[in-house]
Design a protein around this ligand. Structure first.
Ligand SMILES: [Zn+2]
Length: 330
């Protein structure tokens, strides 16, 4: 896939600086203080419009939210807003609620732009987006996957997974993992003779039947039968001059037409909005693009609802995250 072909403009409207500032203004009007944000977070994660005391079950609109807690005016005990929820231990409720608000409104904003709008560190902003997307990925069907190499044009950033002194794209583990994935179920079907021959052979170094007979300590009958079976499984190829080599396993499934156009569209948006990403987090950015492009699925309230069902995600979990070789696409 050539970069030039990505210049095709997608039909969606790109969010402008003006649009981002306008969205921020509406957000600030809706949630003027941290207490307003905490009240909203409590309501969303407890699926209740009226605050309810966890100790005495009293419900009352008048409960006062004082940052992370609200006080019950009947039993006078303090209820935690975020304990046991996805939002546990958050430091900036404004930024969190704001992040969800921008995403649900379909206003594209990359992590650096968002950090500036909400006056938080870029790394915090980036982690917030990744944590939200680690929730969203569970909403994607596991049945529609494509190889991560399909997105190579969007992969231009290094990550902890990038081999030293190599281009970020070297993270694309297609060949190795796919080859192993495809061959391993076949290998389980082999008998001792066949497995012995398969192990003796290499892809680019053919051996003759004489060499195989000696090295494998086989009879010529065993060898002939085993080679035929290995050939029928696509594991060994017969070369001219009585030579045999390991066959390359069948290529991974190629994207169908509909998937190809989605890959192209998603790659274009990732480049435009995020100016390139690492392969490590590819899956999470695909989720972010899904949110921008499927406004019906990810409208108002949908994202915060998905987060409310999830448990807290720690920074260490974000660092440990690695996109699978075959990524899910909507
Ligand atoms: Zn109470």
């Amino acid at each position: 896939m050539k970069i030039q072909s990505l210049r095709v403009r997608t039909k969606r409207a790109k969010s402008s600086e003006d649009q981002r500032l306008k969205t921020l203004e509406t957000f600030n009007k809706t949630y003027p203080t941290d207490s307003h944000c905490y009240r909203e977070i409590w309501k969303r994660s407890h699926h209740s419009q009226i605050p309810i005391c966890a100790f005495c079950n009293e419900s009352n609109h008048q409960f006062e939210f004082d940052r992370r807690t609200f006080k019950c005016n009947k039993c006078h005990r303090k209820n935690s807003v975020t304990a046991g929820t996805f939002f546990e231990n958050i430091r900036s409720p404004r930024a969190w609620l704001g992040r969800l608000w921008f995403l649900e409104k379909g206003v594209e904003v990359n992590s650096a732009q968002f950090a500036k709008l909400f006056n938080i560190a870029s790394s915090t902003s980036l982690n917030m987006l990744k944590k939200i997307m680690m929730v969203v990925v569970n909403e994607l069907s596991a049945h529609s996957t494509v190889n991560s190499s399909e997105f190579e044009d969007a992969i231009s950033r290094r990550s902890a997974e990038t081999p030293v002194n190599q281009h970020p794209r070297s993270e694309i583990q297609v060949e190795t993992s796919i080859v192993e994935d495809l061959v391993s179920p076949l290998i389980e079907k082999l008998d001792v003779c066949e497995l012995g021959i398969f192990k003796l052979l290499e892809v680019d170094k053919p051996l003759s039947s004489d060499q195989l007979l000696i090295r494998g300590a086989l009879t010529s009958g065993e060898l002939a039968l085993s080679l035929l079976n290995l050939k029928s499984l696509g594991l060994v190829k017969f070369l001219p001059g009585d030579l045999y080599a390991r066959d390359k396993p069948p290529a991974p499934p190629i994207c169908d037409g509909a998937q190809s156009s989605r890959v192209l569209k998603f790659t274009g948006i990732i480049i435009e909005t995020y100016q390139g990403i690492s392969r490590k987090y590819l899956q999470l950015y695909l989720c972010a693009v899904w949110i921008f492009t499927d406004r019906k699925r990810w409208g108002q309230g949908s994202l915060i609802a998905a987060c409310s069902k999830a448990a807290e995600i720690k920074d260490s979990q974000v660092r440990a995250y690695v996109s699978p070789p075959s990524v899910r696409i909507p």
